[in-house]
Design a protein around this ligand. Structure first.
Ligand code: ATP
Ligand code: MG
Length: 366
């Protein structure tokens, strides 16, 4: 009965309490609910009175808390302001009751119930608010990721079609410079031009292999790995001499691979070029060891060099596109290797110690 009296007293003083609340609430100038926030205060005030009468349940408080949390999230408010307003509302309710003719014995259980009501409200409102904020953030993050990916895809397509178109005039210029050299063997600078054109062609091919365009028209074939390495080592001969590296190549002459020969050629060239780069900066013996063998129904190829090791923390990222530690590197060499090897159903790994850096490739029999 005492609770009913207290509740009634609260109802009678609602107008002044809500007015006081309206004056003291913290609300942003741009809050779209500015001007009607005190109505939430009013709803809360009535709820407290009804809670004292045991007319409403925990669930009713939760519903109001959810509604308010939604509004506060829409208004993008500072959660601190919100908690301040709720606590200030609680204080006002208690002040109203203090003015009444109630003995402390009646007030105490009411205060406990009022605190309970506000606590339930706050817990639900703040946790709902946090959930909403997090899901907004998640949505924004997804949106950014998606549009970033879309842009990257478009950029990639533009770049690869651009590079593709690049290739035809390049092939023709290379052909004419060869003719020029045949017709005028003493013409100066043609060697330099040819060399630069080969570099350019190498980069273009590399790029097309990443964009996978290059692989479309070719057929798979079974080829000898030993012969492929013979061809590669003579192609890289000028660079090997330049670095002064010792190459030891031990490949089972019967070792065959079923795949795209041009792509595998690019893989081995990339790895040997990296090894040569590493050895270029080294003093003393410069060794590259290439092995090809069969092991447990697998074809294994390893290429190692005794240059400075790859720092342990960089090992996990060397196959990432655009990771490079070289001033003029593009960082796609190993990325291309990994893509190609995986397209062939193989795996590529790298181990590096003070003694040597080893790139190993394994292909399971299909
Ligand atoms: N044999 C190696 N010894 C030491 N570091 C290596 C070796 N191979 C690769 N790396 C490291 O891995 C990085 C990535 O190699 P990757 O071939 O992908 O790119 P890059 O050689 O820098 O540029 P490019 O696109 O011209 O090949 C290199 O910059 C280098 O730091
Ligand atoms: Mg490289």
């Amino acid at each position: 009965m005492a609770m009913d009296d207290l509740a009634l007293f609260l109802n009678e003083h609602e107008e002044e309490a809500v007015e006081e609340f309206r004056k003291r609430i913290m609300v942003g100038e741009h809050d779209q609910f500015n001007g009607i926030i005190h109505l939430n205060g009013q709803a809360m005030y009535r709820m407290v009175a009804d809670y004292l009468r045991s007319k409403i349940t925990h669930e009713d408080i939760k519903q109001l808390a959810y509604k308010v949390a939604h509004e506060r999230n829409q208004a993008q408010i500072n959660i601190g302001d919100f908690v301040f307003n709720v606590c200030m509302g609680r204080e006002l309710v208690l002040k109203v009751l203090q003015k009444g003719p109630f003995p402390a014995a009646a007030l105490l259980p009411a205060i406990i119930k009022i605190n309970e009501c506000f606590d339930i409200f706050l817990v639900h409102a703040v946790s709902r608010y946090t959930e909403l904020k997090e899901s907004d953030l998640e949505e924004k993050k997804l949106f950014i990721e998606r549009s970033h990916k879309d842009r990257l895809t478009i950029l990639g397509q533009m770049a690869s079609s651009f590079v593709h178109e690049f290739r035809n005039p390049l092939t023709s210029i290379m052909g004419f410079s060869r003719l020029l050299k045949e017709d005028y063997p003493n013409l100066p600078y043609v060697d330099i031009i040819e060399n630069e054109l080969h570099q350019l062609n190498y980069r273009v091919s590399q790029f097309l292999l990443v964009s996978k365009k290059g692989a479309v028209h070719k057929n798979k074939e079974v080829f000898s790995i030993a012969l492929l390495f013979e061809e590669i080592l003579s192609f890289l001969y000028p660079n090997i001499v330049d670095v002064n590296a010792q190459i030891t190549c031990t490949i089972d002459p019967m070792l065959l691979l079923d795949g795209y020969r041009d792509e595998m050629r690019q893989v081995f060239i990339n790895i040997i070029s990296n090894a040569l780069d590493a050895l270029q900066r080294k003093n003393g013996d410069k060794e590259i060891t290439i092995n090809g063998y069969r092991n447990d129904e697998m074809t294994a190829i390893t290429i190692s060099n005794n240059g400075a090791p790859i720092p342990r923390d960089l090992l996990p990222v060397i196959f990432e596109p655009f990771f490079t530690t070289k001033e003029l590197g593009t960082g796609i060499g190993l990325y291309v290797c990994k893509e190609i090897i995986e397209r062939h159903g193989g795996v590529i790994t790298c181990e590096s110690s003070d003694q040597q850096t080893v790139f190993s490739m394994y292909f399971k029999d299909s």
